[in-house]
Write a protein that binds this ligand. Structure first.
Ligand code: C2E
Ligand code: MG
Ligand code: MG
Length: 593
């Protein structure tokens, strides 16, 4: 077979109308051309040298002008079908207009309008329709000019050639311009084309109302397909997926390959729930499964912000275990709005809790903990603030604020607690999996002058389970720069011991729940000594969190935990308060592992 199905798919854009021929552009183009035709007609009517001007000429001038104004105002509400009818009507009108005039020069001038109509046909319609109209225009042009005995026979051929050349040039140029916006592998819009369509849709939503819906979906474990089948196999898989999804997506919706294995659907007719249902159909139709994020445009929002919200939803779907869809409704909960304002106004607080060496209870470092006095929810706790920040795309900026504040405060604390103290800062899993995370941490260290060797980033086990590849790569990169990594809330996740040895880890922080079970009336759970032994076996120092009384402090020391943290030693407090009690908390030695 000369062309296989995938080749035809790939070059379908050649047959389709130019991607720039949207109702808006078609309305503007037709409007402007009709007004130009009306102006030309008026000049012709007023200056016609050989024959008296008929009332018909003025009627045509006024009609062309009225049509032009109508198209400028209402053109974007018409369908391509309406435009097709209009082009046929225009061919008939030019033909009759030409026949009705008595002057041969007038006939030539009127025939020039054929070129304008041919340009519209070449621009607006798919290849075969446009060519049919251009051929009919050429035929009419030859006939109306050839039947005039006053004119030489070749005038008609010249007129027809000009019309054909104009129509075909516009047709070819429109398609070449389209090609820059088409993905050559799948024949869908590429990111550039999609972004233009998105801007257009948002522009229309601003003018006429509505809330375009965006669906982003990403093929699950596409890397594995590439590795198993090679890049050509990966390309075939992408083509098949695009084809299967295309069948489910309405022609009026924009469907694009947004990048690598990520696809985007933009719809002005679907609701968010329709888009979720569509994503489920797509998931069933493609063998690999996919993760998807759905959101809808909110008034005043930019295109890039809308895409970033859909991206967050997509990321959350992956993080929740892939092969599912998450909705990012876009409506900011009041607490999230308040948090966003607090971040912008830099009104968040950071408190510091000492971490002590169990053998002599000397302070070896501090953990920075976020504090925020919300007006609407004064009792909101740090972990809830973090969840709100994660759900509303505020986590990166929030954690960055905490990190820079903590590095600055730590320089003051160092004077009071000892030059070698370490600074522990918590990291959200969402942030850890972001590409620019390593650079953002290094930038803060460079800005504040806090040494990398004295920074410990605390990452929870569950965060590492969610997006392993990027997160682990980022952790490795950070460690190469001298920053240490602690696994926080150890024992609450599902890491196997085998996995623990693979992770870039320097220390463990045992979750407070384990220590809560240690009381004077009940013996320390056996699990505790086992965890201490695991730490020793893996060469990872363990910090016991949540030590609240003397009994627990003695127990963790006896069980072999090197470090401890808890209300018993000191509560989290502002840097100034900690400096004030520094004498009681003097650092004796550096946290050195
Ligand atoms: P975490 O990192 O495990 O922090 C220790 C938590 O235990 C803190 O809660 C601390 O106040 C509390 N704590 C300390 N000693 C005791 C004790 O003796 N008994 C009891 N019952 N609790 C004690 P907090 O400050 O509410 O923070 C909760 C969690 O929120 C943190 O757990 C951490 O996962 C997260 N978090 C806090 N600040 C940040 C931050 O800036 N960024 C990120 N990403 N997460 C943060
Ligand atoms: Mg922590
Ligand atoms: Mg913890």
């Amino acid at each position: 077979m000369l062309f296989d199905a995938s080749t035809i798919d790939r070059y379908r854009w050649l047959v389709r109308p130019s991607v720039f021929a949207t109702p808006h552009v078609m309305g503007r183009t037709t409007g402007v051309l009709a007004i130009i035709a009306s102006a030309l007609g008026l000049v012709l009517a007023l200056t016609m040298p050989l024959a008296p001007t008929t009332p018909y000429s003025y009627i045509a001038v006024v009609a062309a002008f009225a049509i032009g104004v109508f198209m400028l105002v209402w053109g974007d509400r018409l369908s391509r079908g309406h435009y097709e009818v209009m082009v046929w009507v225009a061919i008939v009108l030019v033909t009759f207009g030409d026949r009705a005039g008595s002057s041969p020069i007038g006939a030539i001038a009127t025939a020039c309008d054929y070129a304008l109509v041919a340009a519209l046909a070449g621009f607006f319609f798919e290849f075969f329709r446009a060519m049919l109209q251009i051929v009919v225009i050429a035929f009419c042009c030859v006939v109306v000019l050839a039947v005039r005995p006053e004119l030489p026979w070749w005038i008609g051929l010249c007129g027809a050639s000009v019309s054909v050349m104009t129509g075909v040039t516009v047709l070819v140029m429109g398609r070449l311009a389209s090609a820059a916006e088409i993905d050559s592998l799948t024949g869908l819009f590429n990111r550039r084309g999609f972004d233009r369509k998105l801007e257009q849709a948002l522009g229309a939503a601003v003018r006429h109302g509505g809330s375009p819906v965006l669906l982003l979906f990403d093929i699950d474990r596409f890397q594995a397909i590439n590795e198993a089948r090679g890049h050509a196999g990966g390309d075939d898989a992408l083509r098949d997926i695009a084809k299967a999804a295309r069948k489910l997506i309405a022609r009026t919706d924009v469907f694009a390959r947004y990048g690598g294995d990520e696809f985007a659907v933009l719809s002005t007719t679907m609701t968010e729930h329709d888009a979720i249902a569509l994503s489920e159909q797509i998931r069933e139709a493609i063998p690999t499964g996919c993760s998807a994020g759905v959101t809808s445009w909110q008034k005043g929002e930019s295109a890039s912000y809308l895409v970033s919200r859909a991206d967050i939803a997509l990321y959350q779907a992956k993080r929740a275990g892939r092969n599912r869809t998450k909705l990012e409704s876009g409506k900011w909960p009041p607490l999230a709005q308040e948090l966003r304002d607090a971040i912008e106004q830099d009104s968040l607080d950071v408190h510091y809790q000492p971490i002590v060496r169990t053998s002599d209870r000397s302070v070896v470092g501090v953990e920075a903990l976020l504090r925020w006095q919300s007006v609407t929810r004064p009792d909101v706790k740090a972990d809830e603030i973090i969840r709100i920040a994660e759900d509303n795309d505020l986590i990166a900026v929030l954690d960055n604020c905490v990190l820079s504040r903590a590095c600055r405060d730590a320089k003051l604390l160092r004077g009071a607690l000892g030059a070698d103290m370490s600074l522990n800062v918590n990291v959200s899993g969402l942030e850890l999996a972001a590409c620019g995370y390593v650079d953002s941490v290094l930038d803060v260290l460079a800005d504040t002058g806090w040494p990398a060797a004295q920074l410990i980033l605390e990452v929870t086990e569950t965060a590492l389970e969610a997006d392993t590849e990027t997160a682990v790569a980022n952790l490795r990169a950070l460690r190469e720069r001298g920053i240490r990594i602690a696994i926080d809330d150890f024992g609450t996740g599902f890491s196997s011991l085998g996995r623990l040895t693979e992770l870039p880890t320097d220390m463990l922080k045992l979750d407070a729940d384990f220590i809560a079970g240690v009381t004077a009336t009940s013996a320390a759970p056996r699990l505790l000594s086992a965890v201490a032994a695991i730490g020793v076996a893996l060469g990872l120092p363990v910090t016991a969190e949540g030590v609240e009384d003397e009994y627990q402090a003695a127990a963790v020391a006896a069980l072999g935990f090197q470090y401890a943290q808890g209300f018993f030693y000191a509560r989290p407090q502002p840097a100034a308060a900690l400096i004030a009690i520094a004498d009681e908390l003097r650092v004796t030695e550096r946290l050195d592992h």
